[in-house]
Design a protein around this ligand. Structure first.
Ligand code: GFB
Length: 322
């Protein structure tokens, strides 16, 4: 177990994107740290605008920043809105990091995504697979923006000595997820679809793609826990993967979700929808060696997630106190 090299206690901490799934999980996790949390509403500070970002940061002067603000979405949203995914993410990252550098932010945590790695990267995917092969076409726009964010953080560390660290989570799920069928990720989409099928008594539910792709799913509370852990113990150029070390096929995931919601009908697949990357399992050796392991098993995470869904409590609450 590595020792603490950065104290969060006593610091002013800005979670950029605090209403999103990742940002709200960070807010819950940081609530138990002895720090002052500051937030900016999207209506008052548009992080795509440099002047607005600069004015806000100059006024608030945070010591520590979590860059959890991003334009995110599932496979179809990524494929169909490439301009938005590229522009919004590039602007947010560039503005926040440049202004953080100029205003003397002490530490900044950049959050990437496992889609930054090549489509056919060897599995499990080690951090040094970055930029070793072509990206998955459906999400290359988002991935290019996220890779630019990583490179910017690394460049700023190299040129200016900024303590910016880059963390790469696996596919995420949890409270504050997006349930819009057109833009959601697979777990939120299927949880809703199977739930509605159970309520309506539908005989069949259709799952996109062939069902053969494999994904690694990380509960967002585990991600927040790892982020705080690494904030305190990690300061280096290299990126760090955050995952569970286990993956599951979309077909098995669909069965697990059907079971979770109590749907007993048939499951079919629609191969006209994209499969995306065949497999995305992160190599978490580096993180595990520092003394951190994921604590929320997928089956438990799904059960709690569905409980929240039924309670209508998907906003800001979580069953896990990690
Ligand atoms: O969650 P998802 O959109 O993320 O899709 P990606 C994962 C897999 O689930 C794909 C299948 O093979 C989908 O075809 N799937 C089956 C579904 N049914 C559905 C459904 O109803 N909705 C969705 N969304 N998928 C995204 C990237 O890719 O993952 C982003 O596009 C980002 O850039 C994010 O990296 C984490 O892993 O395929």
């Amino acid at each position: 177990m590595q020792t603490t090299i950065y104290e969060i206690a006593g610091k002013r901490v800005w979670v950029a994107g605090h209403r999103g799934m990742v940002g709200s999980a960070l807010m819950r996790r940081l609530a138990s740290e002895d720090c002052e949390l500051v937030t900016a509403d999207r209506e008052s500070v548009d992080l795509r605008r440099q002047q607005e970002t600069e004015d806000w940061l100059a006024e608030m002067k945070p010591d520590l920043v979590y860059l959890a603000a991003a334009k995110v979405g599932g496979i179809l949203a990524n494929r169909d809105r490439p301009g938005e995914f590229l522009y919004d993410n590039l602007m947010i990252e560039a503005n926040v990091m440049e202004v953080a550098r100029r205003t003397g932010v002490g530490k900044l945590v950049v959050l990437g995504s496992s889609c930054i790695y090549p489509k056919f990267a060897p599995q499990p995917i080690a951090e040094d697979a970055l930029l070793t092969g072509p990206l998955e076409p459906t999400n290359e726009w988002y991935a290019v923006a996220k890779i630019a964010g990583i490179k910017m953080a690394q460049a700023y560390r190299q040129q200016y000595g900024c303590d910016f660290i880059c963390l790469q989570p696996a596919n995420l799920y949890g409270p504050n997820d997006n349930f819009d069928p057109a833009s959601s990720h697979v777990i939120a989409a299927l949880l809703r679809r199977f739930h509605e099928a159970r309520i309506s008594g539908a005989a069949e539910v259709t799952v996109w793609g062939t069902g053969t792709p494999r994904r690694e799913f990380l509960h967002v509370d585990d991600l927040a826990h790892a982020c705080v852990f690494l904030t305190k113990r990690y300061s280096a150029f290299d990126i760090v993967n955050i995952g569970t070390g286990e993956d599951i096929s979309i077909s098995d995931l669909a069965n697990a979700i059907a079971q979770t919601v109590g749907y007993n009908g048939a499951i079919s697949f629609d191969p006209s929808k994209p499969d995306g990357t065949p497999r995305k399992l992160l190599d978490v050796t580096r993180l595990n060696a520092m003394g951190w392991d994921a604590g929320i098993a997928l089956v438990d995470g799904l059960r709690a997630y569905y409980g929240d869904f039924l309670d209508g409590a998907l906003i800001g609450e979580s069953a896990f106190g990690r």
